[in-house]
Design a binder for this molecule. Structure first.
Ligand SMILES: *Cc1c(COP(=O)(O)O)cnc(C)c1O
Length: 396
């Protein structure tokens, strides 16, 4: 190691587990390793710890503990909510409404259901990434059995009008799922106020461990199970519980739900400061996503005449961990479906940088990005024939 500063600005991809989360988990890896389904002491300890985590999760979401089901993460929760509802209600209808900017855990699940005979409406979004609730209402037919719209987008940070859509879903008696993976800990989440029937979350997005998530299922809703086997999770989700992971989720969601305005105020201030600075200091840039209805830590900026992947590699060489679009699409040459949906031309979408800030970022981190980014951008632009051509045209 060179002792170079390391700046992590990819909190939308994952977060570093909080020290209290790790401390809470360790006893359940080391000592209380019993299977929660067994009857002796170390099993009882594990069983009780799972129930405590369930209560903490329920309390943070304004739900009842009996409405919380633990899963292996956001992807499983999304799959369960969507496939489970589709198959449970397929006698009633075969139509699903979603948006064009969902996470692939939702989009690819919907795509798979299309192959099973379901039809899916992919609603467009406006230039800031907002879904229009009246579009949702207009798309509902006699056959509609599920609306699934994300709470906030993982790439551009736009926060969707979930409570308004929830009202519409209730008026039409259509089951409503939201992927809230990006919002837990960022803004308050209350399932009653949102009017959702199903809600997905994932611990590693709020300083918990990877491979632990939950699905909120409103009492009375009965999606089919995704995993069949033992009788765990009140016979709805088979498989021996990931006890340490669930304990970590419980601790993390307790922390995430505490003093949200206080904890996010600093992150929000850094976000606004860095965004304004980049837009002012670096020419040919634009902010993607909504100016106000936006996750506290999300910055997504397009740099004309630049290839996002090369920007990431150079930033990495300066110790800055960032992302273009979503981590799942990086490595492929397809431009982000989210940036295409908000109307960006291909070449602009390709030059987009996502910086997502979190709790451990400091003013020094912001300063490091400010000292590195302009040089990275001009170095890459100097290599761009399009940029050279543009400059020549300006001069003549
Ligand atoms: C990260 C993410 C997921 C997937 O969650 P995993 O726990 O990584 O499977 C789903 N939806 C959104 C919006 C996400 O950001």
């Amino acid at each position: 190691m060179t002792g170079q500063r390391f700046v992590y600005m990819d909190h939308a991809a994952t977060t570093q587990p909080h020290p209290d989360v790790i401390a809470a988990m360790l006893p359940y890896l080391r000592d209380h390793y019993g299977n929660p389904s067994s009857i002796y002491g170390i099993a009882r300890d594990a069983r009780e710890a799972v129930e405590v985590a369930r209560q903490k999760t329920a309390a943070t979401l304004g739900a009842g503990p009996e409405e919380i089901y633990f899963t292996a993460g956001g992807t499983e929760s999304d799959n369960w909510a969507i496939k489970g509802t589709a198959f449970a209600q397929r006698k009633k209808g075969n139509h699903i409404i979603t948006s064009a900017i969902e996470h692939h855990a939702v989009l690819h699940t919907c795509g798979w259901l299309e192959k099973q005979g379901f039809t899916v409406t992919y609603l467009p979004v406006d230039g800031t990434g907002l879904v229009n609730p009246s579009d949702v209402e207009r798309a509902i037919t006699e056959k509609t059995i599920l609306i699934t719209i994300m709470h906030a987008n993982n790439e551009i940070g736009t926060i969707e009008p979930i409570a308004e859509i929830g009202k519409i879903a209730q008026e039409h008696s259509v089951t409503f799922h939201t992927d809230a993976v990006q919002v837990v800990g960022a803004i308050p989440v209350n399932v009653k106020e949102l009017g959702v029937d199903l809600l997905s979350l994932s611990a590693h997005k709020f300083y918990g461990p990877k491979g632990a998530g939950a699905l909120y299922i409103r009492g009375g809703r009965r999606p089919d199970s995704l995993l069949h086997g033992g009788g765990q999770e009140r016979k709805k989700r088979a498989g021996t519980e990931n006890v340490a992971g669930i304990v970590g989720l419980g601790k993390a969601i307790e922390l995430a739900g505490t003093d949200i305005p206080g904890r996010t105020a600093v992150i929000r201030a850094y976000r606004d400061q860095l965004t304004a600075w980049i837009l002012a200091e670096i020419p040919h840039t634009r902010l993607n996503g909504h100016a106000v209805q936006r996750l506290p830590g999300n910055i997504n900026i397009s740099f004309a005449f630049i290839e996002g992947e090369s920007m990431l590699l150079l930033l990495d060489s300066f110790g800055i961990a960032a992302s273009t679009g979503s981590a799942c699409t990086s490595g492929s040459l397809e431009p982000s479906h989210v940036l295409m949906a908000i109307g960006l031309p291909h070449e602009i979408a390709h030059g987009s940088l996502r910086l997502t800030l979190g709790e451990e970022n400091t003013p020094e981190d912001i300063a490091h990005v400010q000292s590195v980014l302009p040089g990275v951008v001009s170095r890459l632009r100097e290599m761009s024939p399009l940029y050279q051509k543009m400059k020549e045209q300006r001069v003549s």
